[in-house]
Ligand binder design. Structure first.
Ligand SMILES: Cc1ncc(COP(=O)(O)O)c(C=O)c1O
Length: 368
């Protein structure tokens, strides 16, 4: 198509816009939404109260440095607030990091089934995404290191990764970091770190604190149940924090997000309840789905990647349609190069049971 008018910079039109999880089913009604890895318990009641109280100050600009929130994050995680940068979701932070460190001629390495935003922010910065294959749906450090060239400026990994749910032990992350030239920035996306219960796992705090070229991103959208608020944070080396603070919007975090974020961090009991819920229902849902004869990738997150036969009546598209017919929305994975899989977020007990029931009917060929 001939473009009339201004032409976006190279790379922008190569982007396939991110397709969010669906939120409605044909025919209306309130669906069971298991398509975006949200917290089935919702946010802390204290966060909701803080959000409502913030309505009294809507006429004033917020504190542009989100100082109270950075201090609260620092207290909760034992971090220096000066090294924390907040963003409208970790998506914004990933975008900011890419725009600060990537440009035309540069390359950024992402993994085969890595979170799609890495590709989008790389292309949006005019740089080239380079894909490193995974091994058994897991980040492969050697494959990443083999793709480093003088043009490489960034490496993005999510640990655990979305949509696979797999993780690599922190020794592997350290090995990756050791293999990267000092001028390559490693972006460690730890959006699901709170859910992981493995002795060999770390979110990356110490690695950031002891190096100049690692940034860790975190989110309030998952464990804190605040996806609609759009709130995330990055823990950065001083130089990276300085760069992000120069290019971010001066008031990128709303006052309501600052207040609700602080309250969410202070409600440790809610975080623990959310983790405990996941610890109960993640293994339950995985084993119930496996009992139906489907393969499930072992997950340490709050979601499962479920694999369906390649063709025939029991394929992933047919399963998705059958779930939708039962008002259950999960995530199709074609965009992630996994057309035979569906990603299912862990829901409430009733929602998880509804998924198993609908899938059981689907597998034996009954129901809609
Ligand atoms: C791995 C990963 N990183 C980042 C995000 C974005 O989170 P946020 O809501 O903070 O932008 C998601 C959301 O699904 C994710 O799965």
């Amino acid at each position: 198509m001939a473009v009339k008018g201004p032409i976006p910079r190279p790379g922008v039109l190569d982007i396939e816009a991110y397709v969010p999880g669906e939120r409605a089913v044909p025919g209306g009604g309130t669906p069971i939404k298991l398509s975006s890895n949200e917290n089935p318990l919702g946010p802390s009641p204290q966060a909701i109260a803080a959000f409502k109280a913030a309505a009294a100050d809507l006429d004033r600009y917020p504190d542009g440095s989100a100082s109270a929130l950075r201090k609260a994050i620092g207290r909760a995680h034992g971090l220096n607030p000066e090294r924390i940068v907040c963003g409208a979701g970790s998506d914004e932070l990933l975008n900011l990091v890419a725009h600060a460190y990537l440009g035309p001629g540069d390359e950024a390495i992402c993994t085969e089934h890595g979170f799609l935003v890495y590709r989008i922010v790389t292309l949006g910065s005019g740089a080239k995404p380079v894909v490193a294959p995974e091994k058994d749906l897991r980040t492969d450090v050697d494959a990443i290191l083999a793709r480093v060239t003088p043009r490489t400026k960034m490496v993005f990994i999510a640990n655990p990764n979305n949509p696979t749910g797999t993780y690599i032990p922190f020794d592997e992350v350290r090995r990756l970091h050791r293999g990267l030239p000092a001028g390559v920035l490693l972006a460690l996306d730890s959006a699901y770190s709170e859910y992981v219960r493995r002795n060999d796992y770390e979110a990356g705090i110490e690695l950031v604190a002891t190096s100049e070229n690692v940034v860790m991103t975190r989110t309030f959208s998952k464990i804190h149940g605040l996806a609609s608020l759009r709130l995330g944070w990055a823990y950065c080396p001083a130089g990276v924090a300085d760069a992000l603070n120069r290019i971010r919007g001066p008031f990128n975090i709303s006052g309501a997000a600052i207040s609700a974020g602080v309250a969410a961090l202070e409600d440790r009991a809610h975080v623990e309840r959310s983790v405990a819920h996941n610890e109960t229902w993640l293994p339950w849902l995985a084993s119930e789905i496996e009992r139906l004869g489907l393969k499930v990738t072992p997950s340490v997150g709050n979601f499962l990647l479920v694999h369906f036969p390649v063709d025939g009546r029991r394929n992933a598209d047919a399963a998705d349609a059958a779930l939708k017919a039962n008002s259950i929305i999960v995530r199709k994975m074609g965009g992630y190069g996994l057309p035979c899989a569906l990603r299912v977020t862990i829901g409430t007990e009733a929602e998880n049971r509804a998924v198993v029931e609908a899938l059981a009917h689907f597998m034996i060929g009954k129901g809609s």
